[in-house]
Ligand binder design. Sequence first.
Ligand SMILES: Nc1ncnc2c1ncn2[C@@H]1O[C@H](COP(=O)(O)OP(=O)(O)OP(=O)(O)O)[C@@H](O)[C@H]1O
Length: 488
Amino acid sequence: MASFPFLLQVHSGHNQVELSYNGQHLEFDAPDHNETKQSSGCLPCGPSPSSTVNRTIRTVDILNIVLQEQLNIAVCVPKAGPRSESALEVFQFQVKDQTQAAQWQANVLSHVYKDVKRSKHFKVLVNPFGGQGHAKRLWEHITEPLIKAAGCTYDITYTTHRYHAKEIARDLNILQYDAVVCVSGDGVVHEVINGLMERSDAIIAHKLPIGAIPGGSGNALSFSLLGEDHGAHVGNATLGVIKGRAMPVDLCSVTQGNERFFSFALQSFGLIADVDLGTEHMRWMGEARFTVSAVGKLLSQATTGCELAYIPVETSIKRIHEQYNEARQRPVVWADQTQDELDTNHTSIIDKFGRATDSLRQEDGWVVENDDYVTVVGAKMPWISKSTVTNPAALPNDGCIDLLVFSKNMGRIAGLAIMIGVETGEHVFHKDVRYMKVKAFRVSPKASSGFISMDGEHTPYQPYQVEAHRGLISVLSIEGRYARSMKQ
Ligand SMILES: Nc1ncnc2c1ncn2[C@@H]1O[C@H](COP(=O)(O)OP(=O)(O)OP(=O)(O)O)[C@@H](O)[C@H]1O
């Protein structure tokens, strides 16, 4: 292997340009097209601008280098600021020596994709009705061009009805694909996971990574991967799918009556479920529907009664915060470097703590309470939507569920302070909030009707029990961890 920097002399119009790749960045001087009002890249012909600008492109942003008659370098250009989108830019150069150029291309690409599979093949699912109905446009204008430019291929299906994504995942020829990419909200991801887990070959199928492109209202997975500023950025999310590796993520099994299904993000009861599911008529508002509804509910001091049982792992928020910081210091472990419980000794997933219909076994260490609550939220993801960091200490694969409990006695002022805290995750330090790491929990509602939400999906209003299973699914991620959701 040649040593850094990898250098190549090329031309852009009449200008000689040196391409220099040092393992971290690709650098070159590009004609300043602002001067000639040309839109993008180094165009091969036309009047060359007299001045140049230095372009420095991070390794992660290089999608592909194609050598035909010219050298085309496709880049996902990050845009500054929370509002702007990353976008595709292709730089074109004329090469003097095809052999040298081919060697340079091979050297750079083998480094750019040294840990990540190149030219992935995706099953893409687009929910045209997710969120405010923009998923199709986002796919066509942002994701598809980036995926094509990166040399990836795909089969696409636009979902036509509820459970369509689940049906597809159940029947998918999984060996054909490197990942299922959902251009949707969390509901479609939930369906895909449940479809994969229902298969007779779930022991293999559960390993198929999921890619998340934010096309829904909440987009918990995308915000948790990319953080507050970038969670809604379709370009960044697409880069994560192209350049991401499979990060192991715990999966929760949920039992309810005779049913058993899986939840990857959150299980909510009380206010958060009401806000999620009781605001369908406000869908036109986008994410604002959650805030508007939550403020109304807090002001009316609505509570919901249930028996809440949980098996605690850690109940001190101070200790949980310390453990969160410790976990972030540890090196990332990818799915192909670790074993999950299906790999080791099982052919099926066994719920160690029983089902929602079983009596609680004392030896499991259950703590049981009976009360009225504002909300009870179990989660494996820190964000549930933009500016809503309900469970900020949630980690992808610590084997625990983060349980958030708002007590009934918080007044309106405390309620609003907590609500403001939820925007950044600071609410967990409020005295009226309890936050725990648990192995399992059970909610048995007292009323006969209300909302229970599993990953944003409507679930019967009956007792449910949730248990975490370590690293059972995987999600494409560049960082290999969720975005930082708690301050140090
Ligand atoms: N063509 C369709 N018509 C009606 N419903 C659909 C269609 N395609 C998918 N669905 C259903 O839409 C529901 C919500 O989808 P999705 O999660 O993509 O969006 P969202 O609810 O707006 O976002 P989020 O879950 O992040 O809040 C899912 O239950 C899915 O089954």
